[in-house]
Design a binder for this molecule. Structure first.
Ligand code: ZN
Length: 119
């Protein structure tokens, strides 16, 4: 039977009395088969920044530059979030999608403006 940390949700495979991830005491009462909701983890700052930048890029895009920043922030944020990592994976994914949309839109803006300069 696996034990999951009541604090951070990390699986304790070592049978030690303390969580290998956060040091939370693993008592008799915390034995169960399902991971506890990851309450101990913080929301990843890059995931939040990527999401906010992604939203902003829909308003102020600067020919895809803001979207590109959102894309990078979200991509890095995505690698730092997950079941046993920081919270905010949904935000990172949303920021990534918004960033991609904005970069594509920005490319169309560049094509539009550069073609209009020649007329
Ligand atoms: Zn823990």
């Amino acid at each position: 039977m696996n034990k999951f940390c009541p604090n951070c949700g990390t699986e304790n495979t070592t049978n030690s009395k303390f969580c290998p991830n956060c040091g939370q005491a693993m008592g008799e009462g915390v034995v169960n088969n399902t991971p506890v909701v990851n309450n101990g983890a913080k929301t990843n700052g890059l995931a939040v920044a990527g999401f906010v930048t992604g939203l902003s890029s829909l308003l102020i895009n600067f020919m895809g530059l803001v979207g590109l920043i959102a894309l990078i922030l979200s991509a890095v944020g995505l690698t730092k979030t997950g079941p046993e990592k920081d919270k905010g994976r949904g935000m990172a994914v949303a920021g990534l999608i918004l960033g991609i949309i904005s970069v594509i839109y920005g490319l169309f803006q560049i094509i539009y403006y550069s073609s209009s300069w020649y007329f």
